[in-house]
Design a protein around this ligand. Structure first.
Ligand SMILES: [Ca+2]
Length: 451
């Protein structure tokens, strides 16, 4: 017994883990990533404060330039292409009732493996990985769920594009009056309040907080009348940069409340908060200096903010150029929580735990992407990136030219072919895109000029 207590005394307590995922937020939308101020002032002061008190990644990526594929990778810590549902770009309303287009419940996940390691687990916010009874967050490792199952809902009516009411507690439909971003923030604060006593007593929690902000429709907290007159959720006749920034600001306020609650509960010091976006920015977003956005494998579609705040471990005001993608962060949280991957489902994600402790201690991390949309391919390795869009292939030095304007494929033919070969060899390790995989764009150049 004495040995046990001595050994547990030497072991640092496991951190609480909070994984905040915004929706369609671009690389430079936040102040701490060079974003401009809005008319009302700084857009993201609380998220910027997390970066100032922790670690900011300048070359981190999402697993996909679109929503549900990234979320498959986030949950499984593996390339999303390994699952049929992960091939949809993205899962759309046809998935309701589908028994194939979702996250299979026998697949080990970040929350299921953290739960095995002793964590309380909750998802507050967007799921987007298939519907009950075949799929659902409670069937994939979360003890609690409050949020939406669809890919998007109206912020006020909480209805999906199909018109179905889509707000749930667990698997029960839940009606509540409120602006969704605020509703989710309140639930996240409530979760921390409820879990705080047991967290202080040694049972940590894992909270996934998946905002729908700043995804369309373009509604701020004061725009209930916009919701009342909305034609469809893509909202092709509305929005502007100022509204968009305010939507981010509402999320930022909620994150400020969450941090204040952690501090009040004495939990902030040993809680790792990770903040990111599920894909690159959409039509009102600022991706500067990157080109492209959501659905593109140019940097603007996949390079996203990654911020980690953990006062007990991460030195304040840290910066790193470490390359990483979504599944690496999930693997990191699993490792820090003492969870173990299932031997039948080895991870593609690589833990970044050592980088959190020592941000300048980077390692080589080749990253691969594939999109059915426009037959895109990408490989980032070191300074370089191999890119294919439609039938055109490119080679860029991303360190020198993150904007991907100087195509070096003809200047460095050997490097170009080596990276192309590496991409083809990687693709051989994941399933091919099936003929019935769908690409859903929602709108085209008919609706707005090319960006
Ligand atoms: Ca998204």
């Amino acid at each position: 017994m004495m040995w046990t207590s001595l050994s547990s005394g030497l072991m640092p307590q496991k951190p609480n883990l909070i994984y905040i995922v915004s929706d369609d937020l671009g690389y430079a939308d936040l102040g701490c990533y060079g974003g401009r101020q809005a008319g009302f002032g700084p857009v993201s002061p609380h998220i910027d404060a997390l970066a100032a008190g922790g670690l900011r990644f300048t070359e981190g990526y999402s697993n996909s330039p679109v929503c549900s594929p990234t979320r498959f990778a986030l949950m499984t810590m593996r390339y999303q292409y390994r699952l049929r549902g992960g091939m949809e770009e993205p899962i759309n309303s046809k998935s309701k009732g589908s028994t194939t287009l979702g996250l299979p419940t026998d697949m080990p996940t970040l929350p299921s493996l953290l739960r095995e390691a002793g964590y309380a687990t909750a998802l507050v916010g967007k799921w987007h990985l298939g519907y009950p009874p075949t799929f659902g967050p409670l069937r994939s490792g979360y003890d609690e769920f409050f949020g939406i199952m669809a890919g998007g809902v109206d912020y006020f009516t909480h209805c999906s594009g199909k018109g179905d009411h889509d707000l749930y507690i667990g698997e029960a439909s839940h009606r509540e009056v409120g602006y969704l971003t605020d509703v989710l923030s309140d639930r996240a604060v409530d979760y921390v309040q409820r879990m705080a006593p047991q967290a202080r007593g040694g049972k940590p929690f894992f909270l996934s907080l998946h905002y729908t902000a700043p995804h369309w429709p373009w509604e701020t907290r004061d725009d209930a009348q916009v919701a009342a007159g909305l034609g469809n959720l893509f909202h092709l006749d509305g929005g502007n940069v100022e509204s968009y920034r305010r939507m981010i600001h509402h999320m930022d306020e909620g994150i400020g409340q969450l941090v204040a609650e952690l501090r009040a509960q004495g939990l902030l010091e040993n809680t790792l908060i990770v903040f990111t976006s599920d894909n690159g920015g959409e039509r009102f977003s600022d991706n500067w200096p990157l080109v492209g956005g959501k659905m593109d494998l140019t940097e603007g579609g996949i390079r996203v903010p990654w911020i980690a705040h953990w006062p007990a471990v991460i030195p304040a005001a840290s910066l790193t150029t470490q390359h990483c993608m979504t599944m690496d962060w999930s693997a990191t949280l699993l490792a820090l929580g003492g969870g173990r991957p299932h031997p039948d489902f080895p991870l593609d994600g690589v833990s970044l735990a050592d980088v959190l402790r020592q941000p300048t201690n980077t390692f080589e991390r080749p990253l691969y992407w594939r999109m059915n949309h426009r037959s895109q391919r990408a490989l980032r390795r070191g300074d370089w990136k191999y890119l294919k869009v439609d039938e055109n292939e490119y080679l860029f030095n991303i360190t020198a030219d993150a904007r991907e304007r100087a195509n070096l494929a003809h200047k460095f033919p050997e490097r170009f072919s080596a990276m192309r070969e590496a991409w083809l060899a990687w693709e051989y390790t994941v399933p091919a895109i099936p003929d019935d995989a769908s690409v859903s764009l929602g709108y085209s150049y008919k609706d707005m000029p090319q960006r």
